[in-house]
Design a protein around this ligand. Sequence first.
Ligand SMILES: Cc1cc2nc3c(=O)[nH]c(=O)nc-3n(C[C@H](O)[C@H](O)[C@H](O)COP(=O)(O)O)c2cc1C
Length: 367
Amino acid sequence: MADLAIEVNGMRFKNPFLLASGPPGTNGKVIKRSFSLGWGGIVCKTISLDNSKVVNAAPRYGKLHAHGHADEVIGFQNIELISDRPFETWLDELADCKREYPDHMLIASVMEEYRREAWHEIIERTQATGIDGFELNLSCPHGLPERKMGAAMGQDPKIVEEVCGWAKEVAKVPVWAKMTPNITDPAVPAAAAIRGGADGISAINTILCIIGVNLDTMRPMPTVEGYSEPGGYSGQAVRPIALRHVMQIARACPNATVSGMGGIESAEDAVQFLLLGASTVQVCTGAMLHGYEMIEGLCNDLSTFMDRRGIKSVREMVGKSLPYFDTHAGLVARQADAKREHAGRTNRDAQTWQGDIARETKTLFTD
Ligand SMILES: Cc1cc2nc3c(=O)[nH]c(=O)nc-3n(C[C@H](O)[C@H](O)[C@H](O)COP(=O)(O)O)c2cc1C
């Protein structure tokens, strides 16, 4: 089996597969189970200081199937908020997980209001549990922006820089900033996060969407007492968008580490994120659909891929495909160059002189 370990910002992951913040890391019990099954790391469900302000609605998920494939989910919407469990309970459980699994990377996803003291408090109290790193949730697209949190922060590069700065003032462990895809140019807030001191960028959070409208009731879904709201889109369907965001962030912030996610369900999906600049990858919807046990297949298939290609370490793959992007004008120029070179190749003597020398001579004149 190939060596799947990778060190990122001083954190040593047994493999590059992390469970992303969300239902898969919703309490200490499931976090420990995931470690025991072999996940390289876990980003816990986002926590905040005051859970009383977090009230979920139900139903809160919606699915998209490809036509004629009711058994396969290609897109997933949620209107779920961050964790509604008490902060103190979380502190106990995070400490307990670290005691039992000291060598497994546990990253705390945190979110707070736009106040320096609140960010200082959540970072200081959470890091006292012994967690290995932070992921700042600057990206939840629904519910929280109404309180000027989540994506409302991530969409404003000035606030991103300021909040990352506040976190770094007190953090003693690495800090990743998790970005929203609901913006025009992902490189702008990512660069702001790095200016603020963040060590890495996580991308992407979910994409604002409406999963569909029920044609019997004519009500948008998921339907809560007859009404709905735009929610966050995830799963396979978002992967091409996520890959583009990771590529643009990796190219714009070459000194930052990137943790890539969005629609990863197989080792082949994950390798594409690595090739575009991610050094770890995260899985949320995939684990919700296929179970925590999918980690075994992810590791085996990644190892097989590496062995087959003679790749010795995960690090070797990181960013390998990044140099092969250009502007459209660049592609057109490359195409013209290639045509010229091709013409040059076919103008070699062996191909030019076939016996009809008068006609062949004419082909070599300029006009
Ligand atoms: C039901 C659900 C809840 C989520 N909750 C959080 C959260 O609390 N904090 C966070 O940063 N991201 C949250 N996410 C976003 C995921 O971590 C991830 O960024 C996104 O779903 C894309 O990855 P995926 O396609 O593997 O799910 C949630 C996603 C889903 C589907």
